[in-house]
Design a protein around this ligand. Sequence first.
Ligand code: URA
Length: 170
Amino acid sequence: MFGEGPRDARVVLVGEQPGDKEDVAGEPFVGPAGQLLDRALADSGIERSATYVTNIVKHFKWTPRGKRRIHQKPNATEVNACWPWLEAEVNAIGPDIVVCLGATAAQGILGRQFRVTQQRGEILESSHGWRVTATVHPSAILRADDREQQYEAFVRDLRAVAALLAGQAA
Ligand code: URA
């Protein structure tokens, strides 16, 4: 599944892989994680419609449990296999910043040594010449015990992105 958003988006948001709802809909971030992402973008002053939303892995990896399809984390081989598509998407758009949502996207773009817990919110340059920052994955917030605190920290990271965009008039 490809990403979705305007050709001239100033922000590219990169998740892990489509979930069950996304796989059915054929659109990224339309399930519960997507709803949380929409709310956080609105709270941080970024319009989702002005962002391009995609995933580092293009297919939904799952295992059956009864009638349900249970998410399975993609491995490095799957990230590497999908890399040419992400690279082409980002280079075609040429955003001001790429925002990695969670460790799979962050490590795929910034390297295996990258730690979201220690380096979230930092504005970095990737080896591909992209300006990149990383934050947590919205699904991790939905699973957290301290959901409200995690949500506030997520919005703080996104506000830094909004400030960067404001500092660089379109
Ligand atoms: N989680 C992701 O990483 N991507 C989606 O598109 C949906 C859920």
